[in-house]
Write a protein that binds this ligand. Structure first.
Ligand code: CTP
Length: 428
């Protein structure tokens, strides 16, 4: 068993909650890696977890007695559950079953682990593992979204072959990756804050934010168009979080199935040219522009006024002439006295190289790289992972829901560009 990189988690107090999934068999290895990286680990198992992994093994690798009951007098006398909740700076639940996630979302406290989760102010990190259909069930998805909204960090699930014989998302993220992800999660980030849900986080108060989201639709004739698979979810999540952080937000949106986020003004558009016109109409009063839209690079040169019919001349195929669309974000970045500009780069290969190229070529202040070759963070997914790049730095944002990703990205914008944002929009 490999150990984690020494020192990476030095001084951290990790309470590892294990629930009843087959991936629990990997947890002794996870404990070894966490301890190898310097963390102090205390293990709490649910009743289901005890069917999959032995307390003896977990005690041997963690160096501490494994806790499993609220009613264990000897354990409570040594360190009561409230004391344990205070001791932890991070509660990591791996694997987290659908049932455990549902209980956390409801705030239920019917065993030691769920009680600790309510009693702690530590960061909550959840690594789900379950059958693919259980993961995709709307109940699980809305429970996960609720947890993320409260500030929980979600790791995975990973996609692949499952113990039940099915294939898809539902595998627990590998212990080495969990260990690595913990190094970039701030300890002590409480489930109920201090994320954007914390009313005290007003770091975008007085800032006018303009966001493009969704796909564009380029007409061919009155009934057909060229478009792409963008769902708009990441752009809408950014609009929602920016508004929660006190910004005045305008969302220029291509066609999506998503509702208007609370407190956000939405301008609906179809084509890239319409999107540019709408953006330009708002530029005067914009301090921060975030281009998340998947803008079609080309449009049909001559859109037919009538539906194109199959005739003798078109039966064997037709050729569409495409012309290049305007680059919206590059236009914004080139505007004298324009806003801070943040772009997105969806890449399948050589991501860092392409993203940095776009940052420089388009004259942006920051760009967020999305590796769209990773099936788990696809276009319609609720999860995402990013690498944020700016002129002289970069930062990984581990896999989380799109809402949590939005908060991380906006916090980074505030951290790097706050002086420029404040000069543009002095706080009254
Ligand atoms: N973008 C834009 N207008 C365009 C094309 C892209 O505003 N006509 C913005 C996107 O909203 C995103 C960034 O530019 O913020 C990068 O988009 P992407 O499609 O990845 O880049 P392209 O310049 O189209 O490069 P390529 O298609 O070669 O990857």
């Amino acid at each position: 068993m490999d150990q984690g990189t020494p020192g990476e988690l030095a001084g951290r107090h990790i309470l590892l909650g294990i629930t009843g999934g087959i991936a629990a068999y990997k947890t002794p290895d996870l404990v070894r890696k966490l301890r190898g990286a310097g963390a102090d680990v205390c293990v709490v198992t649910s009743a289901g977890a005890q069917q999959f992994v032995s307390s003896t093994a977990l005690q041997a690798v963690s160096g501490r007695a494994v806790r499993h009951s609220l009613w264990d007098e000897a354990a409570e006398a040594a360190m009561g559950h409230i004391e344990l909740a205070r001791w932890a700076d991070t509660v990591l639940i791996a694997p987290a079953t659908a049932n455990c996630i549902a209980k956390l979302a409801r705030g239920q406290a019917d065993d030691l682990l769920t009680t600790l989760c309510l009693a702690t102010t530590a960061a909550l990190v959840v690594a789900p593992a379950m059958n693919v259909r259980m993961w995709q069930h709307p109940a699980t998805q809305s429970n996960v979204a609720l947890l993320a909204e409260r500030g929980a960090h979600l790791l995975g699930p990973a996609e692949g072959e499952q113990a039940c014989g099915e294939y898809g998302p539902g595998r627990m993220v590998e212990p080495a990756d969990i260990c690595k992800a913990l190094t970039s999660i701030d300890p002590g980030q409480a489930v109920l804050g201090p994320h954007a849900t914390d009313p005290a986080d007003n770091s975008l108060a007085g800032v006018n934010v303009l966001i493009t989201a969704g796909p564009t639709r380029e007409p061919i004739d009155p009934v057909r168009y060229i478009s792409n698979r963008s769902s708009g979810k990441q752009g809408y999540a950014l609009a929602t979080e920016a508004a929660r952080m006190g910004a005045t937000v305008t969302l220029v949106s291509g066609p999506t199935a998503l509702p208007v986020p609370p407190g956000v003004k939405r301008i609906d558009v179809l084509s890239a040219q319409d999107m540019l016109t709408a953006v330009e109409s708002q530029l005067d009063q914009t301090d921060l522009f975030i281009g998340v839209a998947a803008v079609a690079d080309y449009r049909v040169a001559a859109v037919a006024n009538e539906k194109i019919k199959k005739t003798a001349s078109t039966r064997d195929g037709i050729t569409l002439d495409l012309v290049t669309n305007p680059d919206i974000i590059a236009t914004v970045a080139a505007t004298a006295g324009g806003p801070i500009t943040v772009g997105f780069a969806a890449e399948t290969h050589k991501g860092l190289e392409h993203a940095r190229g776009k940052l420089e070529r388009k004259g942006l202040d920051m760009i967020a790289l999305n590796d769209v070759s990773d099936q788990r963070i696809g276009f319609s997914s609720d999860a995402n992972a990013l690498t944020i790049l700016w002129s002289d730095g970069e930062q990984q944002v581990p896999m989380q829901t799109k809402a949590a990703i939005a908060r991380s990205l906006l916090s980074k914008v505030v951290e790097l560009f706050n002086p420029r944002l404040s000069v543009r929009s002095p706080t009254p």
